[in-house]
Design a binder for this molecule. Structure first.
Ligand SMILES: [Zn+2]
Length: 251
């Protein structure tokens, strides 16, 4: 072996060796099982680990294939602790999250999500409300008609907890299908749409580990909505009615 190869053999662990070492740390009294690590083309940075027939199968997003060994070790610790129901060391968790949060990592996650993740929603013309009309009218009233329309749609699943969201990867505003109902007051639908439009107007700032979504500036802008208090009240009443109905049906 040449000098470089010797050094490589001494200093670089394979990914399987990292998992075997971490396994011994997490389960000191058990000898490590056969370990297989596979990189998968996931639409996000999710990773999973399973123990079956004495074999440990680790599936990691291929986005992490080039991650440095300390990050692989941190992820291995987090995954194996989870597998054995142990709380992972907070430092490892923070280290892994910091890596995911680095700008270039966020960029690749973003583009991979756009390419691989499929986004499904119903067309903007709903049964009761037309999202294109709602958008156009708010655009006129609050943004001088200057906001370029993103894609608009109704969510397929009728979520009662998430009434709307703006997805920057797919550049789409999706409102909960629950709002496309005669029971949903127009002012509530408009207010949810206005809120999501403000997310386009004030893009999310990433500050370290925390995503700062509703800045003070955002909240000030939100209060400019005509009849702001009434809108919030109507929206809350609508949510309460939905919850009450769901409870009656034993959901
Ligand atoms: Zn929001």
């Amino acid at each position: 072996m040449g000098k470089m190869q010797v050094e490589a053999a001494l200093f670089f662990e394979t990914i399987e060796e990292i998992y075997a070492r971490v396994f011994r740390e997490v389960r000191p009294r058990t000898s490590p099982p056969e370990i297989t690590v596979r990189y998968k083309r996931y639409a996000n940075a999710n990773s999973r680990v399973s123990l079956r027939n004495g074999c440990l199968l680790v599936e990691i997003s291929d986005l992490l294939e080039s991650a440095p060994s300390p990050i692989q070790e941190a992820l291995a610790t987090v995954l194996l602790c989870k597998l054995f129901g142990k709380p992972p060391d907070k430092n490892y968790l923070a280290q892994y999250r910091r890596y995911l949060n680095r700008a270039e990592m966020r960029r690749s996650l973003h583009s991979v999500k756009r390419e691989r993740g499929r986004k499904r929603y119903r067309q903007p013309q709903g049964l009761v409300y037309n999202l294109e009309q709602v958008f156009a009218s708010l655009n006129e009233q609050y943004f001088h008609g200057l906001m370029a329309a993103p894609a608009l749609g109704w969510s397929l699943r009728v979520s009662r907890s998430i009434l709307g969201h703006y997805d920057p990867c797919h550049h789409v505003i999706v409102l909960s299908g629950a709002l496309d109902s005669a029971d949903a007051p127009e002012i509530a639908v408009r207010f949810v749409m206005f809120h999501e439009m403000l997310h386009l107007r004030y893009p999310t700032e990433n500050r370290g580990l925390r995503r700062c979504v509703h800045t003070p500036e955002f909240k000030r802008a939100e209060r400019q909505f005509d009849d702001y208090l009434k809108a919030k009240q109507e929206l809350n009443r609508f949510i309460e009615r939905k919850h009450a109905a769901a409870n009656r049906h034993g959901a």
